[in-house]
Write a protein that binds this ligand. Structure first.
Ligand SMILES: Nc1ncnc2c1ncn2[C@@H]1O[C@H](COP(=O)(O)OP(=O)(O)OP(=O)(O)O)[C@@H](O)[C@H]1O
Ligand SMILES: [Mg+2]
Length: 274
């Protein structure tokens, strides 16, 4: 059995492949515990009901994976660069030969993947962790699913200023009701908003930053396809805003099934060679 583990800042994603010729990986996610070390790796495997010696090889990537030993009980621990893992996993999930792959995780990493050649292009410290951190400050919850549920019922144009207010109407391809200033109305006295509206504006801000950077990076890299992975795009409101941003700029985002497993899957592909 091959096992691959992505030690993210928020989540640890595990992909297991029992029979490489048959494919059919299994995916599991557990919350991150902070430090990455041998004991933590063994606890993760125990949750799958296995020991290091049950594995042919263990691929590791993400976070502090480099601090792990090179083997445990004679099972090789193969360290895979997170950039490579994001690129290979994104291409596989989207069934593409080349693409800009965006990892929308706790932070945002953007790579150009052309076959096996994967390079870091850019990124942003704005990501899912920002949604959670500012969620705690603004609406008292860092629970991503709760923020998403609130955002679903909110109106982001209560906290945000729109183009109508900023420039009187549409601007280029942007419609009049697109926002012009994230949370800008709060600079004006007497502004109030519900938790639902605040959550909606927060999701808009985070997803817009990621979407706009991704589109510009793809154009700079001359890559036609943009694949977005990471658990942030498990959230329906984040996906909705991303697709709206794509529409503004005549772009298209591919958000594959099970986007949160791209990085662990990419590390597995790097180790088994296909
Ligand atoms: N059920 C969930 N539990 C936790 N986070 C979730 C959940 N659903 C969506 N998210 C979002 O996913 C984000 C984390 O994404 P992901 O697990 O891909 O990143 P990571 O691998 O932990 O971080 P990084 O790759 O940046 O080190 C969270 O910050 C949160 O906004
Ligand atoms: Mg991850």
């Amino acid at each position: 059995m091959h096992v691959s583990i992505d030690f993210g800042l928020t989540n640890i994603d595990i992909v297991t492949l029992t029979d490489p010729s048959a494919g059919a990986e299994q995916c599991v996610t557990v919350p991150s515990e902070g430090r990455v070390n041998r004991a933590q790796l063994e606890r993760v495997l125990a949750q799958l009901g296995c020991l290091p010696r049950d594995c042919t090889a263990i691929a590791v990537t993400g976070g502090q994976h480099r601090t792990l030993p090179d083997s445990i009980d004679n099972t090789p621990i193969v360290k895979v660069s997170e950039v490579t893992a994001i690129g290979l996993g994104g291409l596989r999930l989207a069934e593409k030969d080349q693409a800009l792959v965006v990892s929308a995780g706790s932070g945002t990493a953007i790579v150009a993947a052309r076959g096996r050649d994967v390079r870091h292009v850019t990124g942003s410290a704005v990501g899912g962790g920002t949604l959670q951190g500012l969620g705690k400050l603004l609406i008292g919850t860092s629970d991503a699913l709760e923020i998403d549920a609130l955002a679903m019922r909110g109106n982001s144009n209560v906290p945000d200023l729109t183009l109508v207010e900023a420039v009187g109407g549409a601007l280029g391809r942007l419609p009049a009701d697109a926002n012009a200033v994230n949370f800008g109305r709060f600079a004006r006295p007497g502004t109030t908003a519900t938790h639902e509206d605040m959550a909606a504006a927060l999701v808009v801000m985070v997803a817009q930053v990621i979407g706009v950077i991704a589109i510009n990076a793809a154009r700079a890299e001359h890559l036609d396809d943009i694949v977005i992975v990471g658990h942030l795009v498990d959230l329906p409101t984040v996906r909705r805003v991303l697709h709206t941003v794509a529409g503004y700029y005549d772009a298209h985002f591919i958000i594959p099934e099970r986007p949160g497993y791209a990085t662990a899957l990419g590390a597995l592909i790097q180790v088994i060679g296909r």
